[in-house]
Design a binder for this molecule. Structure first.
Ligand code: NAD
Length: 298
């Protein structure tokens, strides 16, 4: 069994790392937030204070960080991953970042003789808890088979997407589709309700019909309809509006960089920005459903 360093023990990181513990690995985790550290410790993760301690003798190091700024800081900082990793340590970033940041990780790792694989994930906190994530791998073919072995305990599907940054490219396009489908689900759920339909009945109709989506199955924004929805818990975040805004914004930027027209993604981004402007960026992204409601509340 291996020793694994894990940096970032949040909504996704802690349950993913816990699957590696269950698979028999020793996992040493780092997070600056006391509540995250305590929760991780209850999952069998050995919580340490520094990246250097986590990396001591580690066969692999995984990161699960909020976004590009934290990834550049955690990899490139003085007490960072690049400063303390050794040649045999496989580096995997599961965070959602822009293609440029992922490219930077690959280039900086290669310049130091280190192996890096972009390894973003899909499936939400429910998938992280259940160990049923999709993992999208991008990197040198020599490193992909090893990366697959590391992430398999937390995944239902591990997909080799190709060369460096292809995993993160797939993730950005996928999540853009997700947030557009969140908008569709938000508007559909509100229209059905205000046409007088029982939400449970309408959900069953959609689930058996052409409006069906992962968002509708997992995140339906009406309390009591699906057990994994944030709507059941006053929209406490399973996937925060701030993270969704980041992901959608990265996709819109990628569209600008490639000349691809993304009007629906821009509309989704506007709704997520409205939540942030109201001070609700820490709530769940599915709270955007309130903007479809006639009085702006749910
Ligand atoms: P989160 O905010 O719950 O977790 C991020 C963790 O990183 C936090 O605990 C934070 O304290 C920690 N952190 C921040 N700076 C750090 C540092 N310098 N060193 C160590 N730890 C640090 O976010 P999350 O929902 O777990 O998402 C993590 C990543 O996974 C994001 O990039 C997100 O876009 C992506 N993602 C999230 C979901 C989801 O459903 N939540 C799904 C797929 C992908």
């Amino acid at each position: 069994m291996s020793t694994i360093a894990w940096i970032g023990l949040g909504h996704m990181g802690a349950p993913m790392a816990a699957h590696l513990v269950s698979a028999g690995h020793t996992v040493r985790g780092v997070d600056p937030v006391p509540a995250a550290r305590d929760a991780a410790a209850t999952r069998g993760i050995q919580v340490v204070d520094t990246v250097a301690e986590a990396l001591q003798g580690a066969d692999a190091c995984l990161t699960s960080l909020p976004g590009p700024d934290q990834v550049r800081q955690v990899y490139g900082g003085g007490d960072g991953v690049f400063a303390h990793a050794v040649a045999g340590t496989l580096l995997l970033d599961t965070s959602t970042v822009d293609v440029g940041t992922s490219r930077w990780c690959h280039d900086e790792a290669a310049a130091r003789g280190l192996a890096f694989v972009d390894s973003p994930i899909s499936g939400g906190t429910a998938g992280a808890e259940a160990g049923t994530l999709a993992v999208m791998l991008g990197g040198h073919p020599d490193h992909l088979a090893r990366a697959r072995t590391v992430v398999e305990p937390m995944a239902r599907a591990v997909i080799d997407c190709g060369e460096a940054t292809s995993g993160i490219a797939a993730k950005l396009a996928n999540n853009m589709m997700l947030f557009i489908s969140v908008m569709a689900m938000s508007e559909g759920s509100q229209l059905a309700e205000h046409l007088g339909l029982d939400p449970h009945v309408f959900w069953q109709v959609v689930d058996a019909s052409s409006g069906q989506s992962w968002a509708q199955r997992t995140w339906y924004p009406v309390p009591g309809v699906v057990p994994t929805a944030a709507a059941n818990h006053d929209f406490d975040a399973t996937f925060s509006a701030d993270l969704a805004r980041k992901d959608c914004g990265l996709a819109v930027q990628a569209g600008e960089a490639t000349g691809v027209n993304l009007p629906a993604a821009r509309l989704a981004l506007e709704q997520l920005e409205r939540l942030a402007a109201e001070g609700l960026g820490g709530k769940d992204c599915t709270l955007v459903a309130k903007y479809a409601s006639p009085d702006g509340t749910l």
